[in-house]
Write a protein of this length. Structure first.
Length: 95
């Protein structure tokens, strides 16, 4: 998934519960039906399942990468590959 799941569902990573997550998911899949926007529907469904299937709230928060300034950021495919190989990663903040 190219975007972090919290951004896709437009929810705050630190302030959600299961009911609010499900409510937001249902709102979005009614708005972006698979017949009209199949790519967006799949992105929403994947984001919801990713957060829902996290084993704990702390694991769910770890799905949203945070840069050095504390802002949630999105990783590129190359950065994800480096992380999966165990290499240290630091997102450069814009100058």
């Amino acid at each position: 998934m190219k975007n972090d799941p919290f951004k896709v569902l437009s929810i705050d990573p630190g302030k959600y519960d299961e009911a609010s997550l499900k409510k937001r998911y249902l709102e979005l899949i009614q708005k972006y039906t698979p017949e009209k926007r199949p790519e967006k529907f799949e992105e929403i469904r994947t984001a919801y399942n990713t957060i829902k299937n996290a084993r704990s709230p702390y694991e769910a928060l770890s799905l949203a990468p945070i840069d050095m300034t504390g802002n949630i950021t999105t990783l590129t495919k190359e950065e994800l590959k480096e992380l999966s190989r165990g290499k240290a990663w630091h997102k450069k903040s814009p100058s």
